[in-house]
Design a protein around this ligand. Structure first.
Ligand SMILES: NC(=O)c1ccc[n+]([C@@H]2O[C@H](COP(=O)([O-])OP(=O)(O)OC[C@H]3O[C@@H](n4cnc5c(N)ncnc54)[C@H](O)[C@@H]3O)[C@@H](O)[C@H]2O)c1
Length: 300
């Protein structure tokens, strides 16, 4: 089965370089009409240039594809959606990829560092997705991929702001997956690893060169394809040719009797059991997660 995107319109944010450029080229090579968005800022979010987005559009057109550049910030998400509508008449797929870094250990982090990272990653992804959502609902078709990060999933020294934003995006994705399902809007997150200007300061040059963004894009295309009929709400780690899905794992835990209340000593006494992952479970929804609690209420 060949996966194609003919007649589909894709917005890729932050597509002037790195991962976004790779996604945009890959979509275009398979027939999609692509809005290549990039504000052209530094990794710190400074400056601004039309050049990176335009260069990627030129590459796509030179290869026989269809694309248009957009130089707005993701914080003006409605303008990016309008670019898609003005040029291609519809919008089917959003790849929320734009990002910046303001790395500092927490005691040195300013409120500005916190707000800037939140604004670009979370508010920007919200603005674009919120502007596109009514169109996706009306046509009963949409595919959205959010770009999360291992820093959000596991934490990372010096990235308190970025970790918050990246796991926030997956929280958003999980709820949009629930709200979008009835309208055939599927929403997933990736936590990628790739060589880019973002990672070149923290990884050796030869590793950056080997970690091609092109190893990440196939998973993004799969999640964004029509062939993906029911995968939604997932988060996937992807990089260096490795791809895997994550899920929450919970210990079997303990259900205390309620007649005499619960003391802190009860917690201390049963700590091994509370934290024992033997025979762990994998709740897949908030409802499923609460079942053990309501079962305990019912038998007390
Ligand atoms: N490279 C990795 O290993 C890695 C790991 C985890 C997550 N990520 C995430 O992947 C995404 C892409 O990162 P990359 O490594 O390709 O870095 P990159 O710096 O090459 O790409 C980010 C792009 O986003 C653009 N951008 C920044 N702010 C913008 C705004 N307000 N509006 C529009 N465009 C804006 C930049 O101009 C840049 O071209 C980011 O969200 C990043 O946090 C990357």
């Amino acid at each position: 089965m060949k996966i194609r995107f003919d007649d589909r319109v894709v917005i890729v944010t932050g597509a002037g370089g790195g991962l976004g450029r790779s996604h945009a080229l890959a979509f275009a090579a398979r027939g999609a009409r692509v809005v290549v968005n990039d504000l052209g800022v530094s990794t710190l979010g400074e400056g601004g240039s039309a050049t990176p987005a335009q260069k990627v559009v030129d590459e796509i057109i030179a290869a026989g594809g269809e694309a248009v550049a957009n130089y707005d910030s993701v914080l003006d998400g409605e303008k990016i959606v309008q670019t898609a509508l003005d040029n291609f008449g519809r919008i089917d797929i959003l790849i929320n990829n734009a990002g910046i870094l303001r790395d500092k250990s927490f005691h040195k982090m300013t409120e500005e560092d916190w707000d800037l990272v939140y604004n670009v990653h979370v508010k920007g992804a919200f603005k674009l997705t919120h502007a596109a959502w009514p169109h996706l609902r009306d046509q009963e078709y949409g595919r959205i991929v959010f770009t999360s990060s291992a820093s959000g999933l596991y934490g990372n020294f010096g990235q308190a702001n970025y970790s918050m934003a990246k796991l926030g995006l997956h929280g958003l994705a999980q709820t949009l997956a629930l709200e979008g399902r009835a309208k055939n809007i599927l929403v997933n997150s990736i936590a990628p690893v790739a060589g880019s200007r973002m990672t070149e300061t923290i990884m050796p040059a030869d590793v950056v060169a080997k970690l091609k963004p092109e190893y990440v894009s196939p998973l993004v295309l799969w999640l964004a394809s029509e062939a993906n009929r029911d995968n939604s709400g997932g988060v996937f780690e992807v990089g260096a040719g490795y791809m895997a899905k994550l899920r929450w794992e919970r210990t079997r835990g303990i259900a205390f009797g309620l007649a005499n209340g619960i003391s802190v000593e009860d917690v201390a006494r049963h700590w091994d059991r509370i934290t024992d992952f033997e025979n762990a479970t994998h709740p897949a929804s908030g409802q499923e997660a609460m079942m053990d609690m309501f079962a305990n209420l019912a038998c007390n």
